[in-house]
Ligand binder design. Structure first.
Ligand code: MN
Length: 209
């Protein structure tokens, strides 16, 4: 059998245990969300791009920034599944079992400058999270040197728009419905407790260059 290199997108491991974000994000949600939902997006993406070696060897961020290289009939599926692969990979990274972290340093200075205070930033972020009808994500991105809150629908990602998010909240019902049912606000309030501000601060520095 000839030697064959198989290039594929892979599901990243969680940087902590499934139970690590309890009681804020429950174990069952984490297992389903990571293994089944994120796992399916990765599997779908590989199947959609089967045989497209040039695209399969890209990092997912690069793929989303080069959608013009994706065949037209595959594009929406790549946006959906590739976007979700990127979004979830970031989502796991910006949560931490080190609860109740606070923004510090440059990201704190930027939040104060662009939103007035951390509290005002959180209020605006929550408003966006409650106002988003249906499935999607709420983001903190750097745009023209300033922090901005934005939302995207379904599997869309700020990366497709050329923006790099430093913080993202999944508000698809699969992210919270087992524990929080219809109370999206309770999920958002609990999620603040597990935000990995240390990592968000590092991402902010990278994006600012
Ligand atoms: Mn999700």
């Amino acid at each position: 059998m000839p030697f064959e290199i198989i290039i594929m997108f892979t599901l990243p491991n969680l940087p902590y245990d499934y139970v690590a974000l309890e009681p804020y994000i429950d174990e069952e949600t984490m297992r389903l969300h990571h293994d089944k939902h994120h796992g399916a997006y990765v599997k779908n993406l590989n199947e959609i791009l089967a045989g497209q070696e040039e695209l399969l060897k890209m990092e997912v961020e690069e793929l989303l920034q080069n959608l013009d290289k994706v065949p037209a009939d595959l594009k929406q599926n790549v946006i959906n599944n590739g976007g979700q692969h990127y979004n979830h990979s970031l989502f796991w990274e910006i949560m931490s079992p080190e609860y109740d972290q606070k923004p510090e340093g440059e990201i704190l200075t930027a939040i104060n400058k662009d939103f007035g205070s951390v509290e005002k930033f959180q209020e605006e972020f929550e408003k966006k999270a409650l106002g988003r009808f249906g499935s999607g994500w709420i983001w903190l991105v750097v745009k023209n040197g300033k922090l901005e809150i934005m939302d995207t629908v379904n599997g869309d990602s700020p990366v497709i728009l050329g923006l790099t998010p430093v913080l993202g909240l999944d508000i698809w019902e699969h992210a919270y419905y087992l524990k929080y049912r219809n109370m999206r606000i309770d999920y958002v309030k609990a999620w603040w407790r597990v935000v990995n501000w240390k990592r968000v601060g590092e991402l902010y520095k990278e994006v600012k260059g």
